[in-house]
Design a protein. Sequence first.
Length: 382
Amino acid sequence: MKILLFSADYWPDPGGIAAHVYYLSRALAEAGADVTVVGGHLAPIPHPSGKPTGPGIFREITIQRKGPRLFRGLWFLLRSWQTLNRLASERWDVIHYHNFLPDGLLLGLLPWPKAKIRVMTNHSDILLKAIDRRKNPIIFRWTVRQVNGIIAPSPELRDKSDVIQHPGQVITYIPNGVDIHRFTPGLVTPEAYKLLQVTPEQKVILAVRRHDPKCGLPFLLQAIPYVITRHPDAVFCLIGDGEQTNELKQLANHLKLGNSVKFLGRMSHDKLPIVLRGAYCTVLPSVYEAVSLAGLESLACGVPVVGTNVGGIPEIVKPHQTGILVEPQSARALAEGLNYLLEHPKERDEMSAFSRKFVVENFSWESIAKKAISFYELLIKK
């Protein structure tokens, strides 16, 4: 099976879509498919990417978004069109893209390049916001008009994708995956303490989150005083950055959080397993969440998650099995969930063991690739 994967978000950029396409492309090749991945990125490539070792043929084409902010999108569209024009002469079984914009402008409006089937994965919490605000989803519908199938990585996205569905299109749920070989439980190392800027005596509550309003980090900062008054050994480490970074730092100063919170900025993906093993738990204070790769990576390392009951989070945070589920947009609720874990270390350790087992059985990239191939085959036969 010859597959073209396309995404404006790709390695080495941070974010769930970039990681999803990176790992899916390799898992498909490991499963024997002939895979070409075309990926856009903003950050410079620090080193050659890892290549699959399985029987499938693998080809990677990266396009860096360059120039002033206003022109990066146009630059990417032009370079992507040139790349796709070269690839159009090849015979494709599957073209699979991962964003409404800009991917859908290139691959969803017209049947070009030609392929037996087209597939789009709807990762978008932007669609969820639009639905909640009762906005017309016509733009989303335009960008999937040529697809045969839509993959949703959470049941909520599957159910709500019907507003963009055209006649004859098939919608299915295939969850996100996680690299269970890189993200594994292990001992806390001196490097972890150094990266987290903590001591062995402190209990680390880790948030690997983009600093974006949908991620709910202001609620987490507001929850910290309710936690540290009962657990002064707790320290909150925030990994990531984004449009809210300055606002969040100002809020931390206003709340006089001091050394109880650390803004660690971006961290390379290869360091994440190290710091995750140093965490007592992680937290997903999301307002909207299509699906959380950060949550899956935490569970794969045996670290329970305190997460809000939104989007795809309930699919991975099983109450008192893999973590604690709390109401969204509530600092008090977050604090209660975190305090519960801190006050029940034995139950936390039981969750840790179950979390790893749960992820290996349900979210390995090998199993996700098999489900994707089965969906491709279904659509081709249809």
